[in-house]
Design a protein around this ligand. Structure first.
Ligand code: AMP
Length: 394
């Protein structure tokens, strides 16, 4: 795997695909995490004596809407990097090429929003080739878009001899490999979230890699009902019941232990104001729905987690956005934090569990929190990401 440390950037111009798709409101950047995450890569290149051309998308602009201009984030980027960042309101063409050419060692240039050009998402070759004229070495540090075969994330790499992953993307790949390829046993995956249908491919792929599979959240009820349980009006995908039984059977054959909730916090409506109770998950009364893991379930899940050496967490075990149903997700997060402190490797990724971890201040207690939702899910599904293949030349 070619990474930044394989190169010395002295007097080189690095064209870096970053993910600066940050929330911007009235010119203010709401969350700077993604800019900070790219900083180590940028600083390494500048310290080598190179210069940096940054390219990113912001939102999904139709035409060149000003509210999606990356010019707005220039002061924030300058502040975070500690380097005055230049800006050019194009991505390709003479103006962009001149700005890149005039860049001196130690300087940073940010290009305009890549998605101002439809060619970007189309993966257009001419556009990619024009982008490639801006730098000597291509660096991909945008995990969030690594599953897209866009011009700047994938196609552009074809026009470079010298190309590598940035530190952020390297860390994402290494963390995932630690779980999927070289995991220390026992390995436990905790899958939660709303629907089993969106996680089927993930489940099928990880059954070969884990010793324990904890299934929580809304998706657990399809399994419970398929096994003959009464789940009231909990979230169920009736057409996935056969598949749920099949998954249980395959897991059994592979020696994977499946853990389902045994009790649930139930509510008489999907609301923070609902009346609540706790019952066994397979005997939820009509008109009531399971919205969080119950105390016995939390204890069971936590015991499995405590005995694990590698832990993957994707998806909350309850409706954590509502305070009365957040306890399960918080306590599972804490159990993972405790196991991590005792030496386990923990990876959290793929959408809502990342929001939960941030919301409940558990981020620092995990070994790694992924920055890419869709990209992470695709890797868990066993897919090869085009943005990664473009660098490894596979
Ligand atoms: P996903 O995007 O599939 O990971 O689903 C995340 C969503 O699942 C969150 O918004 C949770 O509120 C929701 N969720 C978790 N547990 C349940 C449940 N028991 N019933 C309904 N929704 C749930």
């Amino acid at each position: 795997m070619k990474t930044l440390d394989d190169y010395n950037f002295k007097n080189k111009k690095a064209l870096i695909r970053v993910d600066f798709n940050v929330p911007v409101s009235k010119g203010e950047v709401g969350d700077t995490t993604r800019i900070e995450a790219a900083k180590p890569t940028i600083i390494k290149i500048l310290e080598d004596g190179g210069s940096v051309i940054l390219m990113s998308h912001l939102g999904r602009p139709e035409n060149k809407e000003a509210k999606y201009s990356l010019e707005q984030i220039v002061p924030t980027v300058s502040e975070i990097l500690g380097v005055e960042t230049k800006f050019v309101n194009e991505c390709v063409g003479e103006k962009a090429e001149t700005a890149a050419k005039n860049l001196q060692a130690g300087e940073v240039l940010l290009l305009e929003n890549l998605r101002y050009y439809p060619e970007e998402t189309e993966g257009d070759k001419d556009f990619a080739q024009k982008l490639s004229k801006l730098g000597d070495i291509y660096v991909n540090d945008a995990f969030g878009t690594a599953h897209r075969a866009h011009a700047s994330t994938t196609i552009v790499a074809n026009y470079f001899e010298d190309k590598c992953f940035g530190y952020l993307l390297q860390k994402e790949i290494e963390s995932l490999n630690k779980v999927l390829k070289s995991a220390e046993k026992p390995v436990t995956a905790i899958l939660g979230g709303a629907k089993v249908s969106s996680k089927i491919t993930v489940i099928e792929n990880i059954l070969d890699k884990v010793d324990h599979l904890i299934i929580g959240g809304g998706m657990a009820f399809t399994f419970i009902k398929a096994r003959g349980g009464k789940v009231g009006s909990s979230l169920v995908e009736d057409d996935k019941q056969d598949l749920a039984l099949e998954i249980l059977e395959i897991a059994d054959k592979k020696g994977v232990k499946i853990h389902l909730p045994i009790d649930s916090v139930i509510a008489d409506s999907f609301s923070e104001m609902a009346s609540t109770d706790i019952t066994d998950t397979d005997s939820i009364p009509d008109g009531w729905m399971g919205l969080d893991a119950g105390p016995k379930t939390i204890e069971n899940f936590s015991n499995v987690i405590a005995a694990s050496k590698t832990i993957l967490w994707n998806g909350p075990v309850g409706v954590f956005e509502m305070e009365p149903f957040s306890k399960g997700t918080i306590q599972i997060g804490e159990a993972i934090g405790d196991a991590t402190e005792k030496g386990a490797f923990s990876l959290v990724g793929g959408g809502d569990s990342v929001s939960a971890v941030k919301q409940f201040n558990l981020e620092d207690r995990m070994s790694y929190v992924s920055t890419g939702g869709g990209a992470m899910l695709e890797m868990l599904e066993g897919k090869s990401l085009p943005g990664i293949l473009a660098i490894t030349n596979e």
